[in-house]
Design a protein around this ligand. Structure first.
Ligand code: NAD
Ligand code: AHE
Ligand code: ZN
Length: 369
């Protein structure tokens, strides 16, 4: 069948909006009509050419919501008409990773997903008769897409697609980093570096669990007001800090933070985030994604003296299990998604969403099909 899609033909180029061919779901696969998709910084990262796994031509997008239209042979947990959120972190509930209590990184489809193909090694997309790659197993920049059954979370039907799509990455990553990865305690002290589409969700997660002090750090002064609305108690613009930023933050937090979260993808900031943790127990959680060749460093003494570095993908959420409960949190008014979606547009304007992100003007843009 034909589907309208935004194609990434080459790294560094604008997306092209055109019709692509999508073939039906094979065994264990599901065809989904995407109703809405968010644009995450990771899409821009891959499009820029910095992603070592980035392969082209591809259909990007990994933050969507839609309706199941067709299921392949052997699919048992979904049927046409179900509402779903695509998962770039699958949950098969059978692999060694799914059976391990300490990780959400299901590996059942990860290898083929990283190569831009379905588990049988082929793509369901083509353009002008030539194959086009899938992206992060989702390709939500196409009106119709195909995913493995294990890469879809079934959600309640009353959740609006234009908000639920953001749970497919940003909301779950930010809130999840607090509740699933850090398992942060009430009354904790936290610092959030980067107050964009992810960082603001970390802030609302911290507020939800009852953090005592939530310091937000961003070079964009326009982020202060929204971050305060979401629960930030102190704002720091590094451009206004003279001297050592980590030292300043240790002072602001009265000895360092119990938890810090890096939500930018800047390896220099990752170091500051580690070094502004409290001696003895502070944990720094890396969310930001950095390009090929980038490395993090610190004096080993920082770790010897009890600070630790951790990372999180998709907020540590097990998608099929946890995503429906994040949708409930939104529907029950426990988390705010509406005020983070600053721009909405049709697919034909998707390149504007990238421009708005790079200019620091949007928190999240959502494309509705
Ligand atoms: P964004 O562009 O919306 O937000 C980034 C924020 O960082 C902006 O507010 C910007 O002003 C701020 N910033 C930039 N440089 C800074 C600096 N030197 N000091 C302080 N603030 C600075 O991006 P986003 O969508 O929130 O994504 C953030 C990062 O998280 C990206 O690297 C993205 O790829 C990554 N990400 C990771 C996961 C995961 O599962 N680990 C999931 C989603 C996104
Ligand atoms: N392909 C990149 C890594 C990108 C990356 O780390 N992606 C995150 C999700 S970002 C969502 O916006 C992730 O889930 N990582 C775990 C995984 O298995 O990919 C690279 O550096 O190669
Ligand atoms: Zn993302």
């Amino acid at each position: 069948m034909k589907s309208r899609a935004a194609l990434a033909i080459k790294a560094g180029e604008k997306l092209i909006i055109d019709e692509v061919d999508v073939s039906g779901p094979k065994d264990g696969e599901v065809m989904v009509e995407i109703k809405a998709t968010g644009i995450c910084h990771t899409d821009a990262f891959t499009l820029s050419g910095d992603d070592p796994e980035g392969a082209f031509p591809a259909i990007l997008g990994h933050e969507g919501a839609g309706i199941v239209r067709e299921v392949g042979k052997g699919v048992t947990s979904l049927k046409p008409g179900d509402h779903v959120i695509p998962l770039y972190t699958a949950e098969c509930r059978e692999c060694d990773y799914c059976l391990h209590p300490k990780t959400n990184l299901c590996q059942s489809v990860r290898e083929t997903q990283g190569r831009g193909v379905m588990p049988n090694g082929t793509s369901r997309f083509s353009y002008n008769g030539k194959p086009v790659l899938h992206y992060m197993g989702c390709s939500t920049f196409s009106n119709y897409t195909v995913l493995p059954e294990v890469s879809l979370a079934k959600i309640r039907k009353d959740a609006p697609f234009d908000k639920a799509c953001y749970i497919g990455c940003g909301v779950t990553t930010g809130v999840g980093a607090v509740i699933y990865t850090a398992k942060a305690e009430p009354d904790c002290v936290a610092i959030v570096f980067g107050l964009g589409g992810i960082g603001l969700n970390v802030i609302q997660g911290l507020k939800m669990i009852g953090a005592k002090q939530i310091v937000g750090v961003d070079i964009n002064p326009a982020r202060e007001a929204t971050a305060r609305q979401f629960g930030m108690t102190h704002f720091v613009n590094p451009n206004n800090v003279k001297g050592d930023l980590a030292g300043y933050l240790v002072e602001v937090t009265g000895g360092g933070a119990d938890y810090t979260f890096e939500c930018i993808g800047n390896t220099d900031v990752m170091r500051v985030a580690l070094e502004s943790c409290h001696k003895g127990w502070g944990e720094s959680i890396i969310i930001g994604v950095a390009g090929a060749g980038k490395e993090i460093s610190t004096r080993p003494f920082q770790l010897v003296t009890g600070r630790s570095w951790r990372g999180t993908a998709f907020g540590g959420a097990r998608g099929r299990t946890d995503v429906p409960s994040i949708v409930d949190m939104y529907m029950d008014g426990r988390i705010n998604i509406d005020d983070l979606i600053t721009h909405k547009m049709g697919l034909e304007d998707i390149n504007k969403a990238f421009d708005l992100m790079h200019a620091g003007e949007s928190i999240r843009s959502v494309v509705e099909f």
